[in-house]
Design a protein around this ligand. Structure first.
Ligand code: ASP
Length: 429
């Protein structure tokens, strides 16, 4: 690839970082103005709130999010049909699925274990002066049987209209499989799907060009509403979650990638910077999916037949960052309420946090709701969630970045082991 082809990509990452930095700075300043202004109900505050925060930032951010989300369903369907139909031997699908699920479970279990270990060592919740009452109300989690049955669509159009990712995946796999069995008509249709796939990916790239503005609006809104003072109240919890997220993202993933596939992890981390900044700004694995898929295929060299399956599945069920938050939060709440967790209970936490993170949808804030499942299993008060809610949005941004990095690592490992990988593309600048 020539330098002239490379420079726009490099400058896109830089421009996104500038957009993010500016968004955070503007948000923090506005939040400071709103909270410290002498006339909180006055004209200036009203203008800032009404025109900027609820006006420009909200509208700009919401349109950006909507344009990302609108690509998800068509992209996943078209891309996965292509991926399945282009596999010469469809029985390989079972192997790819098995490896992917195995690795997703393994990485999540490692993530929770690391989270528990660190939280027990740091003990962020010990000696907390607890508010006696928090106003958090837990929601019921769906049962296992219902969850399994729900993976299978009765109406694919409904599944698409609702954005039900697992159902869309099942339908795309079946459709692609039937195409491979259909001889010439299947091959003709594959050509159409491949063309559609290219067009949608092109649209993703077009959208990425406006990302610097999109991330600016999103972050300016979050930080002007959120403020950073809450971090101080929950400083130890915040730092513990952040530490484990960074350890997992910067040490565990690189180590796994190297051990399982021999690839240089630095290339992956460098190339994932764009999807990572999308994940951070949107706090949604789902909304980031088009960008993750584009990066994993085009820049990391994972073949469409693997990426089109592993990335949508990962964005839906593989949430290592979420599991980390749930592990630390459980230990934190136990410490705050003065409850000692025994070895059996710790094992239960690892298992249920793994399941709870699988059940977490790739949208903002759901990880916290699913935490109720873990707390219930070990008999901790669900209202404890109210203690940590104040910093959850900020942590959500970082954990979503970890979630999608995990998907890309597993995708590379599976693709490499299946020979569906371009080492050349991976190594290119
Ligand atoms: N926001 C996370 C994601 O989209 C899920 C969560 O932890 O709430 O990956």
């Amino acid at each position: 690839m020539s330098d002239s082809e490379m420079s726009p990509k490099r400058s896109l990452t830089t421009r996104i970082v500038i957009g993010m930095t500016a968004g955070i700075a503007v948000g923090v300043v506005l939040n400071g103005l709103l909270t410290s202004t002498l006339e909180p109900e006055g004209k200036v505050s009203g203008l800032i709130q009404g025109v900027l925060i609820d006006g420009v930032f909200y509208v700009g951010g919401a349109i950006f999010m909507a344009s990302l989300k609108l690509l998800v369903v068509p992209l996943v369907f078209v891309s996965l049909v292509c991926g399945t139909a282009s596999l010469e031997d469809v029985s390989r699908l079972g192997r790819i699925g098995g490896k992917t699920l195995g690795l997703y479970l393994l990485t999540t279990a490692i993530a929770v274990s690391l989270a528990l270990l660190t939280a027990i060592l740091i003990a962020p919740g010990e000696g907390l002066d607890l508010p006696t009452q928090t106003n958090f109300v837990a929601r019921e989690a769906p049962g296992l049987a219902e969850t399994l049955v729900n993976i299978f669509p009765t109406n694919p159009i409904k599944a698409m209209a609702e954005g039900n990712m697992l159902q869309i995946i099942v339908f795309a796999l079946l459709f692609g499989f039937a195409m491979t069995l259909s001889g010439e008509p299947g091959r003709r249709l594959l050509g159409v799907f491949e063309d559609a796939n290219r067009v949608i990916l092109r649209l993703v790239e077009v959208l990425m060009e406006v990302a610097p503005y999109g991330v600016f609006f999103l972050l300016a809104k979050v930080f002007s509403v959120q403020g950073l003072a809450t971090i101080l109240d929950l400083f130890q919890y915040f730092v513990t979650v952040l530490t484990v997220l960074l350890l997992h993202g910067l040490l565990v993933y690189p180590a796994l990638l190297f051990v399982f596939s021999g690839l240089d992890p630095r290339a992956l981390l460098r190339k994932m910077r764009t999807p990572i900044s999308f994940a951070f700004s949107t706090a949604s694995s789902n909304a980031t999916l088009p960008v993750t898929l584009e990066t994993v295929e085009e820049k990391l060299g994972v073949n469409n037949s693997v990426a089109s399956f592993t990335i949508p599945l990962g964005a839906t069920i593989n949430m290592d960052g979420t599991a980390i938050m749930q592990g630390v939060a459980t230990a934190f709440i136990a410490q705050a309420y003065g409850v000692e967790l025994g070895v059996t209970q710790l094992i239960v936490v690892v298992l249920t946090a793994t399941l709870a993170s699988i059940g977490t949808a790739g949208v903002p804030g759901v990880g916290l709701i699913m935490l109720a499942l873990v707390l219930n299993q070990v008999g901790l008060p669900v209202e404890g969630i109210g203690l940590i809610i104040g910093v959850d949005r900020l942590l959500d941004m970082v954990r979503t970045a970890v979630n999608i990095t995990g998907d890309s690592v597993v995708s590379c490992i599976v693709a490499k082991s299946e020979g569906e990988f371009s080492a050349e593309r991976y190594a290119s600048r």
